[in-house]
Design a protein around this ligand. Structure first.
Ligand code: ASP
Length: 440
């Protein structure tokens, strides 16, 4: 079995974390392919190496001396190497990098966060270091050249049989370093998993996978053992994010499951994300509940609207004209609503409403702000009737007014709009009446 093991910044933030990573790798002979982020925060208020390197770039840009900043970064690596007794000449290498700091590109500077971390981890784990600049190939437009990357990675696998690969960066064919977006180590891991046909992409982080609700709202929520990619998209879109979103696509297309695991609690099962869930396992009705505040709905009402061709599309094109993306369009017979993120329309909403009034000549336009959306997600909801009725009943009993309802087309989620002031209470009520009930 081939596993890609990606360790995030918090998993490698200190010598203690390095020891945990080694114990995880040593516990399973299938764990030979490691992708690693730059050292992250050791405690809250600490700095991520990547952030410090970005700060170095800012200093250079504005011609501010960054010697002491570079010394701070070096000190973190040196301390780690000393504590673990590593032989890698970290001071020498880091000073060579610092001495020429102004000659390097900003991307190169930032990429050294993962580069040095991976050098140290490779020695500590006794696995070969592979430079991402040699294998992760970017087109000049910033997208990844999958074919070249796959063939280079496969060569490395045949030659070395194992690797520690720094995440987050690669290079164009002419050697210029390119970066993924922030959190991009997850993307490197996913691409590596795909290119070497891994059976599993293990993503090691500091939480034990996805929780069925936000622990700041629901006390001790159930963790999600299995989730489908579609369900995860719904939940992460609504704010329950564990994984860099872009990291899903490379593995999803070739059906490689992702397992989210906790470096600090490796005994926890974590969450496995795959295309389809195996029947008979974890047959919970609701997989998870997530939500976001600060939406705004514009409701348009016009008699006999249902006979008027193109009215909704004209309304949408007005939003498009103002560059506003639309979240939901709940419709009635002679009315429809357009739900958008309040921050997207901050300075534009009155112009948008004026345009709707002029171009659509509606009987009435109303605006509902302070709207919070709650997404109740569950692949099994489509198989059982009465779910929405039960949700509405529970909210009604709690005296919570539902201001909007939509359902995703595959029936894997029900989205409810409630007043922002009811947001947390609504999530608690839904959780208590569904998820807590099912706990065994
Ligand atoms: N080090 C990069 C960041 O902090 C990439 C990563 O951690 O995945 O964004």
């Amino acid at each position: 079995m081939i596993k890609i093991c990606k360790f995030g910044g918090s998993s490698v933030a200190s010598a203690e974390q390095f020891r945990k990573v080694k114990a995880i790798i040593d516990a399973d002979p299938d764990r030979k392919f490691v992708v690693v982020s730059a050292m992250g925060k050791r405690f809250s208020g600490d700095n991520k190496i990547t952030d410090l390197l970005l700060l170095v770039n800012a200093h250079i840009k504005y011609h501010v001396d960054c010697t002491s900043l570079l010394q701070d970064i070096e000190a973190r690596y040196v301390e780690l190497a000393q504590e673990l007794g590593l032989k890698y000449p970290i001071s020498e290498k880091f000073e060579a990098f610092s001495a020429n700091i102004k000659k390097h590109s900003p991307e190169y500077i930032v990429s050294r966060g993962e580069w040095f971390t991976a050098q140290l981890l490779a020695e500590y784990l006794g696995l070969p270091f592979v430079d991402a600049a040699d294998v992760m190939v970017f087109h000049h437009d910033g997208t990844v050249d999958m074919e070249r990357t796959a063939s280079r990675l496969r060569e490395v696998v045949v030659r070395n049989g194992a690797f520690v690969l720094p995440g987050f960066y690669g290079a164009t064919v002419d050697g210029a370093i390119r970066l993924f977006q922030r959190g991009g180590g997850d993307i490197t891991g996913a691409i590596a998993a795909r290119c070497i046909n891994a059976d599993l992409y293990e993503n090691w982080t500091d939480v034990s996978g996805f929780l069925s609700a936000d622990p700041r709202i629901v006390e001790n929520p159930r963790s999600i053992r299995r989730i489908t990619f579609d369900e995860m998209r719904e939940l992460s879109y609504m704010g329950a994010s564990v994984l860099q979103e872009e990291a899903i696509f490379p593995v999803r297309e070739v059906n490689i499951p992702i397992q989210i695991k906790n470096t600090n609690r490796p005994q926890d099962a974590g969450t496995t994300i795959r295309e389809t869930a195996t029947e008979g396992q974890d047959e919970h009705l609701i997989t998870g509940i997530a939500g976001k505040r600060d939406f705004l709905a514009v409701h348009v009402k016009k008699a006999h609207m249902s006979n008027e061709v193109g009215i909704v599309s004209r309304a949408l094109s007005i939003f498009e004209r103002y560059g506003v993306s639309i979240e939901h369009i709940p419709t009635g017979v002679d009315s429809f609503g357009v739900v958008v993120q309040a921050s997207d329309v901050k300075d534009k909403i009155y112009s948008i409403v004026a345009d709707i009034r002029r171009e659509l000549k509606p009987d009435d336009i109303t605006m509902v702000d302070n709207l919070a959306l709650i997404s109740v997600v569950g692949r099994n909801m489509s198989k059982r009737s009465g779910t929405s009725g039960k949700i509405f009943g529970a909210l009604g009993n709690a005296g919570i007014n539902i201001r909007m309802i939509t359902q995703s087309s595959e029936e894997i989620s029900i989205i409810l709009g409630v007043d922002s002031s009811d947001f947390e209470r609504a999530i608690k009520v839904i959780y208590e009446s569904f998820v807590r009930d099912e706990l065994v």
